[in-house]
Design a binder for this molecule. Structure first.
Ligand code: PMP
Length: 285
């Protein structure tokens, strides 16, 4: 079955789906996006993803392409038309097509594209049982990483730097030597007192939806959470280190820059939180 995309008002075969070459997303990365998990046919944490999308558009003075009600329908319809049980839904809004000029155009219609592909969450959960390697990379991004912008070149370069050395994720390090987040994930550590530490969302990182869910689950499980920066040195010495994201769930990091983290095996807290996160996924409406 060929894949179906939604492009500016129409459901079309993905192969050959197109927007104009003067789309500001294409020329200026003037756009925002969301990535949403589909599990057993349901969109996981849809409402917080929609809220973050609307916030991103608002921060960039971008008009929404449609109201939130119709948007919910379009997203579900893309999942349905592609017959996806477990998958990854991608939603992108750009400022639309206009004659090339850096300043906002006087008029442009925002462009909306939605795609969905299969994604094997069970394989991710299996990988979490052994954990992944990560590599630290300088964080060279801009000052508004709270906006989920499609301008991802520093993230792309960081991920590639990690992958070219056989690591799954790049852990980004700011000029103070502190961990900001991953190239497409949030990063957490567990210290010697079993406190979970992760950087505050006010501190130029993406407010991850998985991060927010995990903070709630940690509170439910009486786990202390300290939202503060932590250094690369602290990360090397962590009792546990893990990352969170829509497509990684709760993923233990067992080696960072070739240094083994703790015993080199996923830790118990990450395991408990992953189990709770799976239950959360299964209980989403
Ligand atoms: N940080 C960055 C830079 C990301 O791109 C992502 C993935 N969207 C995340 C964190 C994790 O966010 P979420 O849990 O919403 O997928």
């Amino acid at each position: 079955m060929s894949r179906i995309a939604y492009v500016n008002g129409a459901y079309v075969p993905l192969a050959g789906a197109a927007v104009g070459i003067e789309d500001r997303g294409f020329q200026f990365a003037d756009g925002v996006y969301e990535g949403i998990a589909v599990r057993k046919g349901r969109l996981i944490d849809l409402e917080p993803h929609l809220q973050r999308l609307w916030r991103s558009m608002g921060e960039l003075d971008m008009d929404a392409p449609m109201a939130v009600g119709p948007m919910r329908l379009v997203l579900s319809e893309v999942v349905r038309q592609n017959r996806i049980a477990d998958g990854f839904l991608y939603v992108q809004v750009t400022r639309g097509e206009a004659r090339r000029d850096h300043a906002f155009p006087a008029f442009s219609r925002p462009s909306l594209i939605v795609t969905c592909r299969r994604f094997d969450y069970d394989a991710v959960f299996t990988r979490a049982a052994t954990g992944v390697k990560a590599k630290s990379v300088p964080d060279i991004r801009w000052g508004r990483c709270d906006i989920k912008s499609i301008s991802l070149l520093p993230n792309v370069l960081a991920k590639q730097a990690a992958r070219s050395e056989g690591a799954f994720e790049a852990v980004l390090i700011d000029t103070d030597g502190n961990v900001t987040e991953g190239s497409s994930t949030n990063v957490w550590m567990v210290d010697g007192t079993n406190t979970l530490i992760t950087r505050a969302t006010s501190d130029n990182i993406l407010p991850g939806i998985t991060r927010a869910v995990l903070a709630d689950l940690a509170a439910e499980h009486q786990v202390r959470v300290d939202t503060r920066p932590f250094s690369l040195e602290e990360a090397y010495q962590a009792r546990e280190l893990f990352l969170t994201s829509t497509t990684s769930g709760v993923m233990p990091i067992v080696a960072l820059d070739g240094r083994t983290i703790a015993s080199g095996r996923p830790g118990p807290l990450a395991g408990r939180l992953l189990a709770a996160y799976k239950t959360h996924m299964d209980s989403c409406p």
